[in-house]
Design a binder for this molecule. Structure first.
Ligand code: AHG
Ligand code: MN
Ligand code: MN
Ligand code: MN
Length: 321
């Protein structure tokens, strides 16, 4: 049986990077177990607190964040951590080489209704900048590894170190991720889109026009009948797209005109962009390739368009015309 360690070694990862990834995976197994226990473990529901994004934290947002933080801070190879649930960058070890960003629990509004959620992570090298917050402000093209764990009917790890994308299913009987797809490839064309349609009246004109043409079906300019899905967890949407194609969009909208979007660049946009590109798809903002965006702050938000190549190119063309 191929182990994660074997696969990462074959991809040329050194022992320190493998250690960091394995810490993330062991925390993910713990998160998976607590999610399965649900109400039995008393972990459902919300806390009294808000995170730096202005969202009420679920109990499991906080528990998952702490599990990942504790696992990573103990690694001699982790220089610092940035998380959706932490106001500021958290120092690790001075001698550590890696910066880790993560969304400990993505789609957390799904927790209390027993629907899929996930953990997203991204790993970069430190630049040596003595200001840890600034050290993190690197374009996504600098990522050395990224991935997510989808907690659905199965818990599934999807990971890249820049040499394609592999999928691993958690075998609870042995407590290990087992390789179930060695080479994930996104179909270039699709007839499925994902966007929160309830925000339609708030979108900018290019998105209004593109989605109107998707909805026009065979008679419209695209000439295809599209289906729509919305799980409200980016991990689950990206997993569907990696499995059978599609386009996922979370565009800028005028509900919060001064924010460029809802999703966060460093622990949602960039890791998903790395995975999607490595699987033959595309990921961009409304202006540029996601992995080229130069971040200005850790919690920066971005518009996101990702998925099957032909459809993301089409969505981008509505912004360029
Ligand atoms: P998080 O739970 O980490 O804050 O992320 C939620 C995000 C993303 O996963 C999902 O695509 C989107 O929010 C759902 O947004 P809506 O509330 O508009 O459905
Ligand atoms: Mn959140
Ligand atoms: Mn999220
Ligand atoms: Mn989250």
């Amino acid at each position: 049986m191929t182990t994660i360690k074997d696969a990462l070694t074959q991809q040329g990862c050194d022992a320190s990077l493998i250690d960091v990834i394995q810490r993330i995976l062991s925390a993910s197994k713990d998160i998976s177990f607590r999610l399965q226990q649900g109400a039995l473990a008393g972990v459902l529901g919300s806390t009294e607190d808000e995170n730096v994004q202005g969202e009420t934290q679920k109990k499991l947002d906080v528990i998952s964040n702490d599990l990942l933080k504790d696992a990573l801070k103990q690694s001699p190879y982790v220089h610092g951590i940035a998380s959706e649930e932490e106001d500021f960058a958290v120092p690790g070890n001075d001698g550590g080489q890696y910066l880790v960003t993560y969304d400990p629990l993505d789609g957390s509004s799904n927790i209390d209704i027993n629907v899929s959620v996930g953990t997203i992570f991204s790993i970069m090298n430190t630049t040596g900048n003595s200001d840890l917050g600034e050290d993190f402000l690197q374009a996504g093209s600098n990522q050395v590894a990224a991935g997510y764990v989808l907690y659905g009917p199965s818990s599934i790890l999807v990971i890249t170190t820049g040499q394609g994308v592999s999928m691993w299913t958690l075998d609870h009987t042995i407590g290990e991720y087992v390789l179930t797809n060695a080479k994930v490839q996104i179909p270039e064309q699709t007839k499925e889109f994902a966007i929160n349609m309830s925000n339609q009246r708030f979108w900018a004109e290019p998105v209004q026009n593109y989605v109107a043409d998707l909805l026009a079906g065979e008679e419209g300019p695209i000439g295809k009948r599209f289906n729509m899905r919305w799980v409200a967890a980016m991990v689950a949407e990206v997993h569907r797209i990696l499995t059978r194609g599609g386009i996922f969009m979370y565009p800028w909208d005028s509900r919060e005109p001064n924010k460029p979007g809802k999703l966060r660049l460093m622990y949602e946009g960039n890791p998903m962009a790395f995975l999607v590109e490595q699987a033959g798809g595309l990921c961009c903002t409304d202006k540029e390739r996601m992995l080229d965006v130069q971040p200005t702050e850790i919690h920066q938000r971005v518009p996101v368009f990702l998925g099957s190549k032909e459809e993301v190119e089409r969505a981008a063309s509505y912004h360029n015309s």
